[in-house]
Design a protein around this ligand. Structure first.
Ligand code: FAD
Length: 514
C-alpha cells in the first residue's frame, strides 16, 4: 500500500488520484473527516496571505479531531517521503503552512471545542487548535464575561498558528505573548502520538511546541488563561516628532507596575506627508478629528511617531473617573499636546480594529494582493540605530501600510519556549506591513522583497542586535544563526518529537528523512 502511495508522491502531476477516497485507501486511512484532492481545495492549501509563494500539495485533509490528525501523521511516517503541514488560517507570508507534494491538514475543519474550566481560582478556556481567535473572544465575552489576556492585533488567526510563533500585541508587555498565557496543550507529535502536555506534564514537549514553528507537534487543543473582560476601551494616540522621546515614554509605560500604566501599549511610525496610506491622516481615530500639521515643531523630520495606548473600563464607570485616570497616566509624557486623538469603543470593537481595516482593504482590492511583510525583534540598545538606518533612511516614504514599533519585556517570556529573542530586558517589535496595489507587476513585488533583504543587510552591517519574528530562511546555516546558542536544543527537540522531519516542511528548517 505504502509503495503505491509513494508513486503518487514522486510523480504527483500524472498520477495524483482523482479523489480523496482512493488516496485514503492508498494511505490506509479511515478518517472521521475527509481528504480531498479537488483542485480548488488543493489550490487554496498551496497559497497564503503573503502571496509570494505557491506550491501544490498532494491532498488537503479535513480532520474532525486529534484522532484524524494522528492517523494522517502516522501514515506519513510509514511512507518513504510524505510530509504533513498543519494549516491554520494560512496567514503566513512565506509558505510556512505549505507542504510541497505533502498532506496539508486544514485545522479550521476540526470540531469546535469550547469548554471553560476553573482551576485554583483561575479561569481557562479549552479550545481546538484550529479555533479562530475572533470566535474565541466573542464566545468567552458573550457567554462568560471573560476574555484571554494577550492578543494579536488581528484575530482571524488560529490558536495553533499563533501559538506556533508567539502571538504579540499591545498587551504582551504586561502578560507576555500568547504563548505565555497557555496552561496545557493537546499535541500530536511527529510520530503520531497524541499527548497532553503542560509545565508539569511532558514539559519538554510543551515548551518545544510554544513558538516551535510547528516543528514538534500539531496543537489540537489549547487551554488558554482568561480574565474578566472589560466593557469599554478608551483608545488614544499621541504624536511625537522625536524618536528619543517616543521610546523614552514607551519604555517608561511598559516598565510601570500594573495600575500605574495603560492596559495596552503599542506604537507606529508614519510619514510626515499627506499620503493617505502612510501619512499624517492615518493617525486620527475619529473621522471628525484632523491632524493639524501646524502643531509640529520646525525640527520635525520626514518621519513621525505615534504612541498608541488604551485603558479598559466598565460601563458603570463614570466618564469623569475615566478622564481622571487617563489624565493621571498621561501626566509626564512628552508627546505634542495638541496632537492627541482618542475615541471610546467597546472592548470587542477595539480588539476587532484590524477587521475594519481588512474590510476596507478587501473593498479596495488590496487584501488579496502580495504582502511581502517583514517582522523583527530589535534590542532596545540598537533601536535608535534601527530608526536612523531604516525608518529615517530606507523607509522614509513608508511601506504602503503600517510600520509598527513598540517595546516588549523579555521577563514576560519563558526561555524554555522555542522562540529566540535579542539580548536585554527590553526589545522592540518592528512590523513592516507592506501592502501592494491590485495586480502589482512582479518586478514591484521583487523590489519590495529585495528591500526587506536590504533592511536585514543594513542591520547586520550596523551590528544591530535583532531576530526575525515569523522567521523565514533559505538555508540551514541561516537557521543556525537565527537560533544561535539555542540551535542544538532545537535540533535535539526535533530528534525527540519529529525524528523523521514530517511536520511543517514549509518552514524549510529540516529535510524529511527518507
Ligand atoms: P498558518 O499561517 O496557517 O500557520 C503558521 C505556521 O504554524 C505553519 O508552520 C503551520 O504549519 C503551523 N501551524 C498552524 N496551525 C498549527 C497547529 N495547530 N499546530 C502546530 N502548528 C501549526 N502575529 C502576531 O504575533 N501579532 C499580530 O498582531 C499579528 N497580526 C497579523 C495580522 C495579519 C493581517 C496577518 C496576516 C498576520 C498577523 N500576524 C500577527 C502573524 C500571525 O500570527 C502568523 O502568521 C500566524 O502563523 C498566522 O496564523 P495562522 O493560523 O494563519 O497560521
Amino acid at each position: 500500500m505504502i509503495a503505491c502511495l509513494d508513486r503518487f508522491v514522486t510523480d504527483t502531476d500524472s498520477r495524483r488520484p482523482h479523489d480523496g477516497s482512493s488516496l485514503c485507501k492508498a494511505l490506509e486511512l479511515q478518517l472521521q473527516g475527509g481528504i480531498t484532492t479537488d483542485s480548488r481545495d488543493i489550490g487554496l492549501a498551496g497559497k497564503d496571505f503573503g502571496g509570494l509563494h505557491s506550491i501544490t500539495p498532494l491532498a488537503l485533509v479535513k480532520p474532525t479531531g486529534a484522532d484524524d490528525v494522528a492517523k494522517v501523521v502516522k501514515s506519513a511516517v510509514q511512507s518513504s517521503n510524505l510530509t504533513v503541514a498543519a494549516r491554520g488560517n494560512g496567514h503566513s507570508i512565506n509558505g510556512q503552512a505549505m507542504a510541497d507534494r505533502g498532506l496539508v491538514v486544514d485545522m479550521t475543519a476540526m470540531e469546535n471545542h469550547f469548554h471553560v474550566v476553573l482551576n485554583n481560582g483561575l479561569s481557562y478556556v479549552d479550545v481546538s487548535g484550529g479555533a479562530i481567535w475572533e470566535d474565541v473572544l466573542k464566545r468567552c465575552v458573550s457567554d462568560y464575561g471573560l476574555a484571554p489576556r494577550s492578543w494579536t492585533d488581528y484575530l482571524s488567526l488560529t490558536v495553533g498558528g499563533t501559538l506556533s510563533n508567539a502571538g504579540v500585541s499591545g498587551q504582551a508587555f504586561r502578560y507576555g505573548p500568547q504563548i505565555s498565557n497557555v496552561a496545557e496543550l493537546e499535541v500530536v507529535t511527529g510520530t503520531g502520538d497524541t499527548l497532553i502536555c503542560s509545565e508539569m506534564e511532558n514539559s519538554e514537549l510543551f515548551f518545544s511546541v510554544l513558538g516551535g514553528l510547528g516543528q514538534f507537534g500539531i496543537i489540537t487543543k489549547a487551554r488558554v488563561l482568561l480574565q474578566p473582560a472589560p466593557d469599554m476601551v478608551r483608545w488614544i494616540r499621541l504624536v511625537y516628532a522625536e524618536f528619543e522621546s517616543f521610546t523614552r515614554d514607551a519604555e517608561s509605560l511598559v516598565r510601570r507596575p500594573e495600575g500605574d500604566s495603560f492596559d495596552y501599549v503599542e506604537g507606529f511610525v508614519f510619514s510626515n506627508n499627506d499620503d493617505p496610506l502612510t501619512g499624517r491622516s492615518t493617525v486620527p481615530l475619529d473621522s471628525d478629528a484632523a491632524f493639524d500639521k501646524a502643531h509640529l515643531p520646525e525640527t520635525a523630520g520626514s518621519v513621525l511617531y505615534c504612541l498608541e495606548v488604551a485603558v479598559h473600563y466598565r460601563n458603570n464607570d463614570q466618564g469623569a473617573i475615566v478622564d481622571t485616570e487617563v489624565h493621571r497616566l498621561l501626566t509626564g509624557l512628552g508627546y505634542i499636546k495638541p496632537l492627541r486623538f482618542q475615541v471610546d469603543v467597546s472592548y470587542i470593537q477595539f480588539l476587532s480594529r484590524v477587521k475594519r481595516a481588512e474590510e476596507e482593504a478587501i473593498a479596495n482590492g488590496v487584501w488579496d494582493t502580495p504582502h511581502p511583510w517583514l517582522n523583527l525583534f530589535v534590542s532596545k540598545s540598537d533601536i535608535s540605530d534601527f530608526d536612523r538606518v531604516v525608518f529615517k533612511s530606507l523607509l522614509q516614504n513608508g511601506v504602503g501600510g503600517p510600520m509598527l514599533v513598540y517595546p516588549l519585556l523579555r521577563s514576560r517570556w519563558d526561555s524554555r519556549m522555542s522562540v529566540v529573542l535579542p539580548e536585554g530586558e527590553i526589545f522592540y517589535l518592528v512590523a513592516l506591513l507592506r501592502f501592494t496595489p491590485p495586480n502589482p507587476k512582479p518586478t514591484m513585488v521583487d523590489k519590495l522583497v529585495e528591500q526587506n533583504r536590504e533592511i536585514i543587510r543594513r542591520c547586520k552591517e550596523n551590528d544591530i542586535d535583532f531576530k526575525l519574528y515569523l522567521p523565514h530562511y533559505h538555508s540551514r546555516d541561516e537557521w543556525k544563526l537565527h537560533f544561535g546558542n539555542q540551535w542544538s536544543r532545537f535540533v535535539e527537540r526535533k530528534a525527540l518529537f519529529d525524528p523523521m522531519a514530517i511536520l511543517a516542511p514549509g518552514q524549510k528548517i529540516f529535510t524529511r528523512i527518507q
